[in-house]
Design a protein. Structure first.
Length: 368
């Protein structure tokens, strides 16, 4: 979620101090070809929708499908968005309206949804009506929220009726996803497609966070509005282990879905580079307490999810290639990419999702 006060403060700081020192030290602009990278579909824009969580995680699973099976498949992002609204509606009714409403969610919503709903290829469901070129969910979300607020006002807590009503709204704006379809001549249900065509087992994917208000090396809840279902299945690790997971996974061939803060003065929008400015905190002082301070005072928020697909070393620092669906990133030569310094990942990114063996060194310490 984005906070206007924070953004205004950040723009002031950025204008006062200028570009972060770390980016000026780069001898040339970074481009995707300068990174060791693993297969992924080309970046696509999420349009005017708050669905980065689905775009990033869907992209991540596309890379996983290729890593596991060698198949290049484009999945439907909007299929998961459709069912996330249904699940959120059920939760809202069950908990008598005690649930945040909006477009945002978390990366581990996708494997959770896969367990019940499978997956669809993009060719079978785009979530766009005829002649629509990009996603814009503002009117749809307004209508859903209005309906649910009316339900709360009248205490009409009937989940069956509410789900039917929300589906009617979704079908009006996004159309209804198919329950059976053909893929390369094979008749599929979404569950069959996920299991037998894509070879994905959702329970093989683990989430991690780093928050020193919870016990390290145990599971905990990510305290964040977008974690509206209060999922407490995040392995909580210290900052060094969090950073180690990212480096080890990507060097060993595993891409990562990672979520955190993207409204910071360390963004150089010309070069598309992302750093921690030295006037914020020098590298040597980035530790668990520095990370936690920024969570606790609201200067680090979980406002965007992206797909980490590659890495390179510049001097003694790792830089990561990020595939990004944010519509604002599609007006550059290399649309849909950002280049993120390891210090930024360590300090400002809140959680990540990856295949279990990508983090086996850390998991071996946790799971006895």
């Amino acid at each position: 979620m984005k906070r206007k006060i924070k953004i205004i403060f950040i723009l002031f700081i950025a204008s006062f101090y200028g570009v972060a020192q770390d980016t000026t030290s780069l001898k040339a602009s970074l481009t995707p070809d300068k990174f060791v990278q693993y297969w992924f579909n080309e970046p696509v824009s999420q349009g005017n929708s708050g669905t980065c969580w689905s775009f990033a995680t869907t992209s991540f699973f596309e890379s996983e499908i290729y890593r596991i099976s060698g198949k290049k498949i484009k999945l439907s992002e909007m299929y998961f968005v459709y069912w996330e609204y249904i699940e959120r509606t059920k939760y809202y009714i069950k908990h008598k309206g005690n649930c945040t409403l909006g477009e945002g969610s978390e990366s581990n919503a996708v494997p959770r949804l896969m367990l019940d709903y499978g997956a669809l290829p993009l060719s079978e469901y785009s979530g766009l009506k005829a002649n629509e070129a990009k996603h814009n969910h503002a009117a749809m979300v307004k209508e859903i929220i209005s309906l649910l607020n009316e339900i709360k006002l009248h205490a009409a807590w009937n989940d069956s009726i509410a789900v039917v009503q929300v589906k009617e709204i979704l079908n009006k704006y996004m159309l209804a996803p198919p329950s059976i379809f053909k893929y390369e001549g094979i008749t599929c249900t979404p569950s069959f497609f996920l299991r037998d065509i894509c070879s994905i087992i959702p329970t093989d994917y683990y989430s991690f966070m780093s928050n020193n208000e919870f016990t390290f090396n145990e599971k905990a809840e990510l305290i964040e509005d977008d974690n509206w279902w209060h999922g407490a299945n995040y392995y909580n690790v210290n900052i060094n282990d969090f950073s180690k997971i990212v480096k080890s996974a990507i060097k060993n061939g595993y891409t990562i879905c990672i979520c955190g803060d993207v409204t910071e003065p360390g963004f150089d929008f010309e070069k598309q580079t992302v750093v921690v400015p030295e006037y914020d905190i020098p590298t040597d002082y980035i530790d668990d307490n520095a990370r936690q301070l920024r969570f606790s005072n609201g200067t680090t928020t979980d406002d965007h999810c992206v797909h980490l697909v590659g890495y390179t070393l510049i001097g003694n620092k790792y830089w990561f290639l990020i595939k990004d669906s944010n519509i604002g990133g599609f007006n550059k030569k290399f649309s849909g990419y950002k280049y993120v310094n390891e210090d930024y990942i360590k300090l400002k990114m809140m959680n990540l999702l990856l295949y279990k063996y990508g983090a086996d060194e850390i998991l071996n310490k946790i799971i006895k």
